[in-house]
Design a protein around this ligand. Sequence first.
Ligand code: DX5
Length: 240
Amino acid sequence: MNTSSPTAPRSIQIVPSVLPADFARLGEECAALEAAGVDRIQWDVMDGVFVPNLTFGPDVIAACRPHASVMFEAHLMVADPDPMLDAYVGAGCEMLIIHAESITHLHRTLSRVAELGAQAAVAINPSTPIDAVAHVLDLVDMVLVMTVNPGFGGQAYIATMEPKIAALQQLISVNGSAGASGAGIDIEVDGGISAETIGGAAAAGANVLVSGSALYRYEEGLAHGVADLRCRAEAAFRAE
Ligand code: DX5
């Protein structure tokens, strides 16, 4: 049993997915997201095998790295992440998110991410139980609970994931792990996060909230959207 060190309370983080961004101007789009007040940027890396879509290679991310100073996290929705870990860290991603479903030796892969000097996170799809991450909590700084089936933006939020988020928060609390960095373990959600759904996710225990299409839909602009989503999440967030 890990003995948890007292950690600071988890803060709300608003994280855009770049899927809805203008792919012809990704560097400028990253700068605009940072100016809008986002806490980090998520790159939805898709290989067309693990999910039926194809997106960003490390060179695209590397080209955008100079345009923003916020943390880049690579959400690796790929069939075999091991061969590409170095490339995405080298492209400037400070965090790599590994899907538990995508790798036979998850413990080894998460350990390798840390050896590369990046923060490690583990993601679970809607049908994957939280037990899949029970024995790697000491290797990660975040667990991502998917609230859509991955592959595309603009999908409907799966509200039945909320009890799963709450159960994960309980699992982390009982496990007592303070995570790989010793600062506690964040809970991230990704998929269908909007003004209407973010409160339920935060109330269940998620403090890192990824939004793509809903954030870009704010007629008042990205900064207003980030502020609105943050306000709604903070009002609802239930810490451990
Ligand atoms: C997995 C992708 C999407 C995206 C967010 O399909 O990772 O979840 O980031 O998309 P929205 O916010 O449009 O559902």
